[in-house]
Design a protein around this ligand. Structure first.
Ligand SMILES: Cc1ncc(COP(=O)(O)O)c(C=O)c1O
Length: 424
């Protein structure tokens, strides 16, 4: 909430009152403030060495306006599906600025990526490696690859772990020699280096630095042992954001300093002067720029517990529930109320799963109050169960310096059936 102001107790996003936004666009509504994204991007860009290239993980927020804005700041795109590749291209990213991850790429996905001239495909299994080589040959177009490694050393400090132990993601470190030797013999894949992404929502920069140190060691050791020039080392994403006042900010400045040191240190054992380094942040860039606005439809009490039922729920914002995290929450039209009471916020769906926060302290909630759920700019709209219980999709609005526009119109009942063929 540190990025938002209020005037006379009414929350403002990008210098626009939420009451103006709700009047113009109704609820449930996602609102993204581009200036916050800019601040986050610039803080990261300033802190990390120039050699580091930033590729925005568009899964965090694939709205094309958000993607295009981040592109205009100087980032490339990290994608993990053909759909995301399409969105990235439509958002103005050139193929050479797109990196393709994902453990389940089909032949069609790989063909589309090669035809689009993506910068690298990160290979996640041995069979995928063979398929990429064959498809590149059929297309008559060599393709650069990195090998995504699942390291022996993962991290235990976060809930969402994507490296270490047994994983469906990447190729186990123990198999690295076989995979790299195979890739080096191939004619149509051009091995660039390795990729490691160990987990999301990391708040302690030293945890991420430890993992990066490990990645550098793996990369340099393998390159030395197998005698290939390492052109790219990709450290993935994972930079977190605080969800409450007791959680620390990710210290991006110290992270940048640590990263410089680690790269310098690794350069003493292996020549990394021509190596490009990559970060793929998603959440860090966009989470705090987004607010989900939802209206109170009903207020009730059940056996001593107070409930506000909202017009937005698990179908529009699944991750607050899935992550079992208390997302920062406020009543946007009662920002200055000091007296607070515990209340449980639930969506409109016919399932007890559909609860945002349990017994959160808020001002007395009344019908038509606007609840704001912060940190909703990442994995909000994109990670929701948008068809669950057939409610129309929420709208997305972009706000910047007092201006606003619809970045995705509100869904309609008709949209719900637009892909169906009704025969019976
Ligand atoms: C390969 C890859 N890179 C980057 C990211 C972005 O992660 P985060 O939003 O935690 O920065 C993800 C997220 O799932 C990912 O799978």
């Amino acid at each position: 909430m540190k990025y938002f102001e209020n005037k006379n107790g009414i929350l403002r996003v990008g210098n626009v009152s939420v009451l103006t936004l709700v009047k113009a666009y109704n609820t449930p509504l996602y609102v993204y403030d581009l200036e916050i994204i800019r601040k986050k991007y610039e803080a990261l860009r300033r802190s990390v060495p120039e050699k580091i290239k930033i590729f925005y993980a568009i899964k965090a927020n694939p709205n094309p306006n958000v993607c295009s804005f981040i592109r205009s700041l100087g980032a490339g795109a990290e994608i993990a599906s053909s759909g995301e590749l399409y969105i990235a291209l439509k958002s103005g990213f050139q193929g050479k600025h797109i990196i393709y991850n994902g453990p389940g790429k089909t032949d069609e996905d790989i063909q589309y990526a090669i035809k689009s001239g993506v910068r690298t495909i990160n290979v996640e299994s041995l069979d995928e490696l063979y398929r990429i080589d064959t498809i590149a040959k059929n297309e008559g177009s060599p393709i650069r690859i990195c090998v995504r490694i699942n390291p022996i050393q993962g991290i235990t400090q976060v809930k969402m772990q994507t490296g270490g132990g047994s994983q469906k993601l990447g190729i186990d470190e123990e198999q690295i020699e076989t995979v790299i030797k195979t890739a080096l013999k191939m004619e149509w894949v051009k091995l660039q280096g390795i990729h490691v992404y160990v987990g999301s929502q990391i708040l302690d920069h030293t945890v991420l630095l430890n993992s990066i140190e490990n990645t550098l060691n793996i990369a340099c050791r393998t390159a030395q042992d197998l005698g290939f020039p390492i052109k790219c080392i990709n450290f993935g994403g994972g930079l977190g954001v605080p969800f409450n006042e007791s959680e620390p900010e990710f210290d991006v400045e110290q992270f940048g300093k640590g990263l410089t040191q680690l790269i310098n240190q690794a350069s003493q054992t292996y020549d990394l002067s021509d190596t490009c380094f990559v970060l793929e942040p998603g959440r860090f860039l966009v989470s705090e720029a987004g607010v989900f606005l939802t209206k109170v439809i009903s207020v009730k009490e059940s056996r001593g517990q107070k409930y506000a039922i909202l017009d937005g729920g698990i179908n529009h914002a699944f991750l607050p529930i899935r992550m079992n995290k208390q997302y920062p929450t406020a009543i946007a039209n009662k920002m200055n109320f000091s007296e607070k009471h515990p209340i449980t916020l639930g969506g409109p769906l016919c399932t007890s799963m559909d609860v945002f926060t349990t017994e959160v302290d808020l001002p007395e909630a009344e019908i038509n109050d606007i609840i704001s759920i912060f940190n909703s700019g990442a994995y909000g709209f994109s990670a929701s169960l948008l068809y669950f219980l057939s409610a129309p999709m929420p709208a997305e609005v972009i706000v910047q310096n007092g201006q606003h526009f619809v970045a995705r119109r509100r869904g309609t009942k008709e949209d719900l059936l637009s892909l169906c063929e009704i025969r019976l």
